[in-house]
Design a protein. Structure first.
Length: 418
């Protein structure tokens, strides 16, 4: 009898977290190819700090000239951004610099490799970098040029007096050996000096992400770490039918969350517009089905954050639902909701809610809306975290969440007002 050998469960190996410093920022890339960087958070010695203020003197450490950031879209490298200078806009620090896409970097590397290979195989004495020269056959031998007359010996001149000894240069300022250092590169020759005064203008960091996308602006997370792990993809591979099934389940969860929010608002202010329905039998009534919201701007992202083939689903959407307002003489008004929902799937295919945020256009002062930016490795342990932007009437702030089981734990929560 052949006994079946049990197969041990496979778990994703968790790398030790980066000791840092490890900086996370956002690159805003315009259609023209111009880019700038918004500092988000810095991890150093196991603690997270606001990168826009950490070790600022006055420019924050995250925007020091020569700092190199690698843009990573869902864990896949997109290019490099090298900080050349910093400025202030809308009371926030913004890094200016040079952008090289991954395609441009690969093309430059291929050209350098081809040039090196050609140099190894060129004939002796041939300079591949020299400009081409036209050569014509000569019919007669060029006459020899007469030798120039010998110069008369110069009259002896008095020896110059010895120069006075110069004072040695002042010693250079000693650098702080304990100061953490991000990933460094060669500073751009177009490095900009600090602009201390605020610069007018808007940024996608202070506007809606959807508006930025409509303007063709790409928002890409970027990491600077002198010794962190190589990036790896966090996208979960899905078939079209699987994506549609996930979308249907997530919208059902979102509808339930929005209805719960509508019931909370109905206490003393509004109530759902659908009335109770009378049954066919006299004396019995049945409650009508709760009104279903109409969704728009639905975005569903599915991640494999731990490299364990376990999907983490994130849905963001806007929704409209009619309500009957007691404050407006029972007139029907339409409320607009914003929902962000995170769920995990178990081995039986059931979804479990890990996080929910529902607000509406009339209560952004108390309940901010959540915008998903991407999955990114904030602490350098190889696993992905969820980066959100929290927007309220007071401003916006960045939030980094770690998914643990069926819960989201905040690793960093910025202060609104940027």
């Amino acid at each position: 009898m052949i006994l079946a050998q049990p197969v041990p469960a496979q778990f994703a190996k968790r790398e030790s977290a980066s000791k840092g410093p490890r900086a996370l920022g956002l690159i805003e890339l315009t259609p023209s190819g111009k880019a700038h960087l918004i500092p988000v958070v810095i991890l150093n010695e196991g603690k997270f700090y606001d990168a826009s203020a950490y070790k600022a003197s006055p420019v924050p450490m995250a925007l020091e000239s020569g700092t190199v950031y690698e843009a990573v879209r869902t864990g896949v490298s997109e290019g490099l951004f090298t900080v050349a200078g910093a400025r202030q806009a809308n009371n926030s620090w913004i890094g200016e610099g040079t952008w090289q896409s991954a395609g441009a970097i690969a093309a430059a590397a291929a050209a350098a490799a081809a040039k090196k290979q050609a140099a190894l195989t060129k004939p002796a004495g041939q300079d591949l970098d020299a400009p081409p020269v036209l050569r014509r056959p000569s019919s007669e031998k060029a006459s020899e040029k007469p030798k120039p007359p010998e110069a008369a010996p110069a009259a002896s001149a008095p020896a110059p007096a010895a120069a006075p000894p110069q004072a040695p240069p002042p010693p250079a300022a000693e650098e702080d050996k304990d100061r953490p250092v991000l990933r460094r590169g060669k500073p751009s020759s177009r490095a900009e000096e600090l602009v201390p005064s605020p610069v007018t203008g808007s940024s996608a960091a202070t506007s809606d992400l959807a508006s930025a996308a409509k303007n063709g602006i790409q928002i890409i997370p970027a990491i600077s770490d002198a010794g962190g792990p190589d990036p790896r993809p966090y996208a979960y591979s899905l078939k079209p039918e699987e994506e549609q099934a996930f979308r249907k389940k997530m919208l059902a969860l979102a509808a339930s969350e929005i209805n719960s929010r509508a019931r909370q608002l109905a206490v003393g202010t509004a109530q759902p517009s659908a009335p109770a329905r009378t049954s066919a039998k006299p004396g019995k009534t049945t409650a009508s089905k709760a009104p279903q919201p109409g969704f728009e701007d639905v975005q569903l992202r599915v991640f494999d954050l731990s490299n364990s083939n376990e999907p983490v689903l994130v849905l963001t959407a806007r929704a409209r639902m009619p309500l009957t307002s007691k404050l407006k003489n029972n007139a029907t008004v339409e409320m607009q909701y914003m929902v962000a929902l995170v769920a995990r799937e178990d081995i039986y295919g059931e979804l479990h809610k890990a996080f929910s945020s529902v607000t509406d256009t009339q209560h952004l002062d108390a309940e901010p809306r959540m915008e998903l930016i991407d999955a990114v490795d904030a602490d350098g342990d190889g696993r992905g975290e969820l980066l959100f932007r929290r927007v309220s009437d007071a401003g916006s702030a960045f939030v980094v969440y770690r998914v643990i089981g069926n819960q989201l734990w905040p690793l960093f929560e910025g202060t609104a007002g940027k």
